[in-house]
Design a protein around this ligand. Structure first.
Ligand code: ADP
Ligand code: MG
Length: 735
């Protein structure tokens, strides 16, 4: 079950909710993503979903009254005005639907407003307090204290209430509790302005922190929202504007220039250029005309198109990708898990240090005053919330995923960003991955006793049903109409070729290994290229030679990978060793293995993975016949997967366009994300440790502490949003 929590901006509460939901009797496991506000619950059997749902709603409301829980995103979806960036002119008008629950909902909006007024009043009273302190005579000091106390209560009453409520839930060490204790302490010491100041700064900090988190989420959401909002459906009454969600298979839509395509379909009428950049990151427009496939999320160029819808809105490419990216944040990265664990220990440790600090020095150090050390221990408490980290790390992962999606790269989880930055060996498939996979027949060589026509007729029959690039190239070259009724018992042998019966004749089309498997002897063959042998009734009828071209960016991409620290590049190919080696040399790959059957690829990959002890092993394939290896790799990358459901399912990382350079971009983005996370950790911990050290040596100041605490949180979140604006090497070099 998946629930959406709208308005949840507090990391500590998120952790708490996750922990408490996991402990519910009907729940096996729960995972809450702070980045998207989605709570994924794995339920135990024998419980009604409704029951679990109600229990969760009750729990969430008791902890965070303003958070809205809903079963599906639709209720929680917030709409943002269309002023956002995107494409200069191509845009559906109206509102931009942002699929991520963000921004305050209605109830929360009012709450926000009230909190803001209270806070501003508190600040006013706080300042008035200082004026009184400076001007009023000593006998009226009670007035000054009253004003400070008023400011304190106004800024802090809900913090104190929450602290007590959470103690009831057995969650002692949350930031509300820490602030409450610290300020109570200040009151005991009769430090009135300090008590009020801490609560006010804490309030201001929370406010800006919420803002920062909201903004970060919103920009990520905008990055990945490329779905259309409306559609123009052709109906008997003419053209009607409908909600894009209502688009169904079989509808005929009119797509005007500049509009987003609402659902996948086929063009019935019109010629236009499509901007595929929302899906692929590729801004070069693609020409499309009658009969061409068109995918949701693309932006129509210069002409009106009429399109027959082949997939419902929800099952179309844009929505599938959006769901995929959202779900990506459910798979937590290592750093995120580490920080969650870390914060479990950090807070109690600091709290106990604070207690020790209040008691031990005054007893041990002669002349030390109880009052000074008590005050210093309060400062410790203020600094003990790890909010900055707990907030910024998950947002960093999500930011990295969002940034990659801008390049047409879908990363299915934060954990794969971790794998990418540690990648040290890349293993590639050849056909369709490093080469274009667009074969051309460059030579036909009939055997003695056979004519060219015999050879081509047999080849065309053999490849009639094949979807392999080789088969398609042969069909295209032969230009022979095959009577399908005459074909029987067709089978495709992966990594070898095809076999079919035509009018009682057995035809084989495939590589050396296929024919040798049928006891057909072959001479040595020195041809340059991929050779497909054709046999008729167990006799060699000749062969065809096919050529394939290396992809334009392949060499550059492989070299860039090396620059990014990848140690080894390997190619595994089902093609013959001669062709494989030649391409391997051309691309300067470190290792090449040809003549691989699918199971050989698995075995070879296993060996490479075992040998690679100090890094991650990545496999890049075309996602069709490489599924087993994709699954075995630390991260499996599928190439050119746009529009292919199978590849999108099988891979961990999906490259929407066919460009090998996108692999380099992904690694680069992963490394940058990592760098930002490290910066955030150093920044947050650095500030805290500095304040703690200063405090220990008596230089601490409560204002400084609270400033450090909220300042660190806001700084780290702002730093995180840099990931979205990251300009990689590929943009820097471009003029
Ligand atoms: P790669 O690993 O280079 O992507 P594949 O595993 O897809 O190659 O195919 C391996 C080899 O099997 C091809 O090079 C070809 O010799 C043979 N083969 C596969 N399918 C066919 C087919 N439909 N017709 C002829 N030969 C085929
Ligand atoms: Mg292949």
């Amino acid at each position: 079950m998946k629930l959406f929590l709208e308005g949840l901006n507090c990391a500590n509460c998120a952790g708490k909710i996750e922990k408490l939901v996991s402990k519910m009797p009907n729940v096996r496991e729960a995972s809450l993503s702070l980045a998207t506000g989605s709570l994924v619950i794995e339920e135990c059997e024998g419980f009604a979903q409704e029951e679990t749902y109600n229990a969760v709603v009750k729990l969430v409301h008791s902890l965070e009254p303003h958070v809205v829980v809903s079963m599906n995103r639709k209720q929680a979806v917030a709409t943002a005005p269309c002023g956002c960036d995107g494409h200069e002119d191509g845009h559906n008008h109206g509102t931009h639907e942002v699929a991520i629950a963000h921004g305050p909902g209605h109830a929360q909006g009012e709450m926000d407003q009230r909190q803001k007024i209270e806070l501003i009043t508190a600040i006013g009273l706080f300042l008035l307090g200082f004026v009184f302190q400076a001007t009023l005579p000593a006998n009226l000091e009670i007035l000054t204290i009253g004003v400070f106390l008023g400011a304190y209560l106004l800024a802090g009453y809900h913090v104190i209430l929450l602290a007590f409520r959470n103690i009831g839930h057995g969650q002692i060490f949350d930031e509300n509790f820490l602030m409450t204790i610290a300020t109570f302490g200040a009151l005991v010491l009769m430090q009135w302005p300090e008590a009020a100041g801490v609560m006010i700064f804490f309030g201001i900090g929370e406010y800006f922190q919420d803002r920062a988190v909201d903004n970060a989420r919103r920009s990520i959401a905008e990055t990945i929202s490329f779905n259309a909002i409306t559609a123009n459906r052709v109906s008997p009454e003419g053209e009607v504007v409908i909600d894009a969600k209502q688009v169904k298979v079989g509808d005929v839509l009119v797509i005007k220039p500049g509009e987003k395509v609402p659902a996948d379909g086929v063009i019935l009428q019109g010629v236009s250029h499509l901007d595929t950049s929302p899906l692929t990151g590729e801004s070069y427009p693609r020409k499309a005309e009658k009969g061409d496939e068109i995918l949701s999320g693309m932006i129509n160029g210069n002409a009106v198109l009429k399109v027959l819808v082949t997939k419902d809105y929800e099952n179309s490419t844009a929505m599938k990708i959006i769901h995929l990216i959202e779900e990506a944040s459910d798979k937590k990265g290592k750093t995120e898990k580490f920080i969650t664990k870390f914060s479990h220990y950090y807070t109690p440790i600091v709290v106990f240090s604070a207690i020790a600090m209040a008691i031990i020095p005054p007893l041990v150090i002669s002349g030390a005053s109880w009052e000074t050390w008590f005050y210093q221990s309060l400062i410790f408490l203020v600094v003990s919330c790890p909010c900055a980290l707990v907030l910024s790390i998950p947002i960093s992962y999500f930011g990295g995923i969002g940034r990659a999606s801008k390049e047409g790269v879908l990363i299915k989880g934060g954990n794969y960003l971790d794998v990418l930055y540690q990648s040290s060996v890349f293993v590639f498939d050849k056909t369709g991955t490093l080469t274009q996979g667009e074969f051309k027949v460059i030579k036909t060589e009939p055997a003695s006793g056979f004519t060219e026509a015999d050879l081509l007729t047999a080849a065309a029959a053999g490849e009639r049903y094949s979807n392999h690039p080789i088969g398609k190239a042969i069909t295209a070259h032969a230009q022979i109409v095959v009577d399908e009724a005459s074909l029987k018992n067709y089978s495709e042998i992966p990594g070898k070729g095809t076999q079919v019966e035509v009018d009682g004749q057995m035809i084989l089309a495939g590589n050396r290994s296929l024919l040798q498997g049928h006891q057909i002897n072959l001479n040595e063959n020195e041809e340059e290229g991929t050779i497909v042998y054709i046999a008729i009734n167990g006799k060699l009828a000749g062969y065809l030679v096919l050529g394939d071209m290396v992809k334009a960016n392949a060499l550059a991409a492989l070299q860039q990978l090396k620059k990014l620290g990848v140690k080894k590049t390997v190619m595994l190919s089902g093609d013959n060793a001669r062709v494989a080696n030649q391409i391997g040399k051309q691309l300067m790959l470190d290792e090449v293995l040809g003549d691989c059957l699918p199971q050989d690829k698995v075995a070879a990959f296993e060996q490479i993975k075992t040998d690679n002890k100090d890094g991650k092993t990545i496999f890049v394939g075309d996602g069709m016949n490489d599924a087993p290896v994709l699954a075995m790799a630390d991260a499996g990358i599928a190439m050119g997967a746009l529009g292919s459901d199978a590849a999108i399912e099988a891979a961990d990382i999906i490259l929407m366009k066919d460009d090998p350079m996108d692999i380099v971009k992904s690694v680069d983005i992963a490394k940058y994300t990592r760098r930002i996370m490290i910066q955030n950790i150093v920044l947050a911990l650095g500030i805290k440790i500095t304040v703690l050290t200063m405090t220990f040596f008596g230089m601490g100041e409560m204002y400084l502490a609270i400033f450090a605490d909220v300042g660190a949180a806001i700084l780290t979140i702002l730093n995180t949003t840099r990931i979205l604006r990251y300009r990689g090497f590929w943009q820097k070099n471009r003029v």
